[in-house]
Ligand binder design. Structure first.
Ligand SMILES: [Zn+2]
Ligand SMILES: [Zn+2]
Length: 645
């Protein structure tokens, strides 16, 4: 969420970024000012200020699309009311690219309903109904809503009343036969809307007010643009993103699955998915080893004391998993890797000459996520994290930061992902120093150092206040998934606090005991989230070195299966990940299958190839490459794997 400075509130266009619209939020043009973090006493004043601004500077013409989107939400509700006279209405704001409305309906909606509703909406638009505004005294509207059996709206009115006792009336808008509680703004009449430039896109469940303790309502999403052409362009983009969706491709390419019996948010990686993870791990460890990292391994759980000392118990609160033991001592599943690794450092006396000490580890960590927030591999409970730490002297920090950034650059360059990111210099929220641990002096030093290194390494980092970690500022490398949603993956974090908390020390040149500085770094971060980026970026067509199946041998007919097996053996003997598809189906169909499975090379063998001890090579992208001796093909593919090309 973007933060406005220096006041204690954030603002955000009504978008997915601001998924929760609080009752206390105020709206100015298309911007919602969120006061959820503001002291209750100051909220009223700020809300008043925003409203007076909104009156003085009315909506500009350029922002009209937001009005159209919000008006469409009303029209959708009117259409739903026609279809289900018993419908109970929740809320219906505009969002990025469109709008939604939440309903409590007598039956579950099916996709076909969207077409019927769209038709009804188009009819309402062409009938050109006015949006008629009325100010109604609160007791009267409550009575009316009661007679209409609208419990959610009644709740909203009561909240408005509770927030400001002076409010005596609420504004309602009537469109056709549908009346809705709303302060606007809307189009003057439905006829102003282009009936061809919107579309209802999906139905999903949504808890009333986003609270899982409340009833689950049905949410209908729609998208809307100024022109039909813009709508088409957007729908094309979405269709492309859906093709790349990691959940869809993960299934089609057999990379991971979920089991109801195991539980949601606990991905199971198949043999193919595991190959990708292993290859990534091997590569990231090889890059880090070159820069002096040593691998360590720590358990999945620890006594709560460890996380109490690190500050994570307080930070993660209900996200911590508690493990009951039969023997007095209870444990928690680790939510992060760092505290465990500090104890390896602490196991020996360290001298200034020993530093920097760099540990790395790929291991699981666990967060008790809310069921509603779990999604594909993007948000999981069991997270496989590639994590590393450097324990160093103050005079070594700058070099350490540079080393970490170099590793990140090398790794992402090899994947062709470098340059597809932007960097956030995530610093403290200056208004909430109590949210962080450590001295102010150390924080100032850390923030300056990160800024300096990001400048010398030309990262073009953008400063974001309030995004720092619990114990220090960081550089976050941000990427986007297929739908354009930001995902933060690599990170480099400075930390003066943890070593002090754990009494980590080294004997300096002058014989005095000093605390080392900790630099936390994640190169590919969580493997799960990294896979989201990777699958969606490559649309499942992984580079050769990462591909679960690099080669498929395809005999043209049964007669050549024996030779195909020989070729296959040659491949697997040389560590090429290869399979053979026997001649049970037509040649064309098997080639298409291999193509759909995004296998890098198909080796087609028949009479000619058998005689010449060769293979007819087909490249996934370039098509037919012609015949090649087996040895020659092996040489070619081994070089490509080695070069990661
Ligand atoms: Zn409205
Ligand atoms: Zn760490």
């Amino acid at each position: 969420m973007k933060r406005i400075l220096p006041a204690r509130f954030c603002f955000s266009p009504i978008s997915t970024k601001h998924s929760k619209i609080h009752q206390s939020c105020a709206r100015f043009n298309s911007i919602i000012f969120c006061f959820s973090r503001v002291k209750a006493g100051r909220r009223k004043f700020l809300r008043k200020l925003i409203y007076s601004l909104a009156k003085t500077f009315p909506m500009k013409k350029a922002l009209k699309i937001e009005i159209v989107r919000h008006s469409l939400a009303h029209i959708l509700a009117a259409a739903v009311y026609e279809m289900f006279p018993d419908a109970r209405f929740g809320i219906g704001p505009e969002i990025e690219n469109g709008f939604y409305y939440d309903f409590d309906l007598p039956r579950t909606l099916i996709p076909e309903d969207l077409e019927i509703l769209e038709e009804k909406m188009r009819r309402l638009i062409t009938e050109n109904h006015k949006f008629e505004k009325a100010e109604i005294p609160i007791p009267k509207i409550l009575k009316k809503l009661k007679s209409l059996k609208q419990p959610y709206k009644i709740e909203l009115v009561k909240e408005i009343q509770k927030e400001n006792l002076k409010i005596k009336t609420v504004s309602v808008f009537k469109t056709s036969h549908f009346i809705d509680l709303c302060s606007g703004p809307h189009v003057d009449s439905t006829g102003e809307i282009n009936p061809k430039s919107f579309k209802l896109t999906k139905i999903s469940g949504a808890y009333w007010k986003g609270n899982e303790k409340n009833k689950m309502l049905q949410r209908i999403y729609g998208v809307a643009f100024a022109t039909e052409k813009e709508l088409e362009k957007y729908l094309e983009m979405i269709a492309e993103a859906e093709k790349r969706d990691h959940r869809k491709l993960g299934k089609e390419l057999d990379l991971f699955c979920f089991s109801n019996l195991v539980g949601p948010g606990l991905p199971l990686f198949t043999p193919k998915g595991t190959i990708i993870i292993d290859e990534l791990q091997k590569y990231v460890e090889a890059v880090c080893r070159k820069h002096g990292f040593e691998k360590v391994s720590t358990p999945h759980l620890a006594k709560i004391d460890l996380f109490e000392k690190s500050g994570h118990k307080q930070k993660f609160g209900e996200e911590l998993f508690h493990v009951k033991s039969h023997h007095k001592q209870d444990y928690v599943l680790k939510p992060v890797q760092c505290p465990h690794q500090t104890q390896i450092y602490a196991s020996k006396i360290r001298s200034y000459r020993d530093l920097p000490i760099r540990y790395m580890e790929s291991n699981k960590q666990y967060r008790d996520e809310k069921p509603g927030e779990i999604s594909g591999l993007s948000r999981v409970i069991a997270i496989t994290v590639e994590d590393g730490h450097s324990f160093c002297r103050l005079d070594q920090v700058k070099n350490e930061l540079e080393v970490m950034i170099k590793i990140i650059r090398d790794f992402y360059e090899a994947l062709g992902l470098w340059g597809k990111h932007w960097v956030s210099l995530s610093v403290r929220d200056p208004k909430h120093p109590e949210k962080y641990i450590g001295d102010k002096k150390d924080w100032d030093l850390c923030e300056n150092m990160l800024k300096e290194v990001s400048d010398t390494m030309k990262l073009g980092a953008q400063k974001r206040e309030g995004e720092a970690a619990l114990y220090g500022p960081k550089l976050d490398f941000m990427f986007r998934d297929a739908l354009g949603k930001e995902i933060q993956i690599p990170t480099v974090q400075l930390d003066f606090a943890t070593a002090k908390r754990f009494n980590l020390s080294y004997i300096d040149k002058d014989g005095k005991e000093k605390n080392p500085v900790m630099v936390h770094r994640a190169i590919l971060g969580s493997y799960e989230r990294f896979l989201v980026l990777l699958i969606e970026h490559f649309a499942g067509a992984f580079p050769l070195w990462l591909s679960p199946v690099q080669v498929e041998v395809i005999p043209v007919s049964e007669k050549f299966e024996k030779y195909a097996k020989e070729v296959l053996k040659k491949m697997t003997d040389n560590d090429i990940r290869a399979t053979m598809n026997p001649a049970d189906e037509s040649l064309g169909k098997r080639i298409r299958n291999a193509q759909n499975q995004k296998i890098n090379y198909m080796l087609i063998v028949g009479e000619k190839e058998k005689k010449a001890k060769s293979v007819a090579v087909r490249d996934r992208e370039k098509g037919d490459l012609g015949a090649m001796k087996i040895e020659k093909f092996l040489e070619k593919i081994q070089k490509e794997i080695k070069d990661k090309s």
